[in-house]
Design a protein around this ligand. Structure first.
Ligand code: KG4
Ligand code: ZN
Length: 415
């Protein structure tokens, strides 16, 4: 690795590529970093949700194959979008030797990725200036994570850029601190959340309360014992015959219920008074299942429309109440000075309104992700990479691998 190249660039600006493939979104982002400021050169997300909807959830082998097919075309798009804003590197890689050095390892594991990479047009163009690559190492679906990691490793070798492993859940925390207007391409700073902060991370795979003492210093203080909130939303939505991913559809049905004055279905609030900060959502989905068994039917045998609306509203309110109670408890236990909400489910308006109300009551600021970064994306991964860029020497000593069940903590190599 050519250290002098990295060092000389660090005195001016640093260009970081973010790579995210932990679930069913293939995402890439290119950012430029100058001290505490960053600007977005380009950011793209390719969702596979439509493909997975036929299976009613994310199908890992399909996700892996699609990431393999999508990454190189997405990179082409990203580089052409960013081309007017990026400088070219004078570095010319030994393309063929580098590709060949990965053939035996990546070829059999990720054939779609390897083939498209080996034949990619960007290999013929001058290398773009990319000083480091930040890639999600976990948590997530391991076969999907490996595609992103192998892609990042090949690019890193090709562009002579170090590769930094990033925790997806840290990405969601950082995503919520990105200013909404960061996508307009101007220099921006991350919002400064007063510490300690409580991060409530709610996504399709995770439901966690995290004590944040600083960027990079995290402690999980509460987590789900079974289903994640997003997973529960998706399962309940399926019971209501809504398409995958069901969260936004269920929320829309609940909104219609509220507008039309349809009363919410009475549902349990699992573990709301358990005294600890853990969650359980599997029982809530089961309660919807039992209630659906006794629910009124319409002429075609499906669930009656008014009942579906009542169930959607009842479900959303039950989730809201449990999350609110646990968030309150976490604030009480830690004396946190701010709230950070993140993850796909934090796009939910009813939940956000509730969290904002709690922040107001406690007179502390709350940081919510803007629309383009609430779901999975690579901008949050690149931004997390930017914050850890100073620890690059430590990253370079670590071996890159997928950690499907990785837990957000304070890994020594990041601090
Ligand atoms: O963070 P994310 O994009 O992917 C994971 O890392 O899991 O979260 C996806 C989850 C899905 O379960 C989806 O149904 C849920 O977020 N979601 C919502 C809403 N928008 C997305 N759930 C409830 N209400 C919403 N508006
Ligand atoms: Zn996520």
């Amino acid at each position: 690795m050519n250290k002098s190249r990295t060092r000389s660039n660090r005195s001016e600006t640093t260009v970081i590529l973010g790579v995210e493939t932990s679930c069913d979104e293939t995402a890439l982002a290119l950012i430029e970093v100058r001290g505490a400021e960053m600007k977005v050169l380009a950011a793209l997300v390719h969702s596979q949700a439509d493909l997975h909807s036929a299976y009613g959830g994310v199908y890992p082998a399909l996700a892996k194959r699609e990431h393999g097919r999508n990454l190189v075309p997405l990179l082409h798009k990203l580089l052409s979008k960013a081309s007017s804003r990026t400088r070219k590197s004078s570095y010319s890689p030994a393309v063929n030797e580098i590709i060949e050095s990965f053939r035996a390892e990546v070829g059999p594991q990720n054939p779609e990725l390897f083939e498209s990479f080996a034949n990619a047009d960007f290999l013929k163009a001058p290398a773009p200036r990319v000083d480091a690559i930040a890639v999600t190492e976990g948590p997530g679906l391991e076969p999907a994570l490996w595609v992103g990691i192998n892609f990042a490793r090949m690019l890193g070798a090709l562009w002579n850029a170090p590769v930094m492993p990033i925790d997806h859940m840290e990405g969601h925390i950082i995503g919520s601190l990105l200013p909404a207007d960061i996508v307009d391409g101007a220099w921006r700073r991350l919002a400064g959340a007063p510490m300690p902060s409580i991060a409530l991370l709610i996504s399709g795979g995770h439901t966690e309360l995290v004590r944040v003492d600083d960027i990079g210093k995290y402690e999980i203080i509460g987590a789900t014992r079974d289903d994640a909130v997003g997973e529960a939303f998706d399962k309940a939505a399926r019971l209501l015959s809504l398409p995958y991913p069901g969260g936004p559809h269920l929320a829309e049905l609940a909104r219609q219920a509220a507008d039309e004055g349809v009363e919410p279905l009475e549902l349990p609030r699992p573990m709301i008074g358990s005294g600890d900060l853990d969650f359980s959502f599997a029982g809530l989905k089961t309660a919807v299942l039992y209630a659906a068994g006794k629910a009124p039917r319409s002429g075609d045998g499906g669930l009656e429309e008014r009942w579906r609306k009542a169930a959607a509203r009842g479900f959303e309110e039950a989730v809201r109440d449990v999350l609110a109670a646990k968030l309150e408890k976490a604030l009480e236990k830690t004396g946190a000075r701010s709230i950070i909400a993140g993850g796909g489910v934090s796009a939910n308006r009813i939940l956000c309104d509730e969290f904002q109300g709690i922040a107001r009551e406690h007179d502390i600021p709350i940081f919510l992700p803007s629309k383009h970064v609430s779901g999975d994306n690579a901008l949050m991964i690149a931004a997390a990479g930017a914050l850890h860029f100073d620890c690059l020497a430590k990253h370079e000593k670590t071996s890159l691998r997928a950690h499907g069940t990785k837990k957000l903590g304070s890994p020594a190599r990041l601090i």
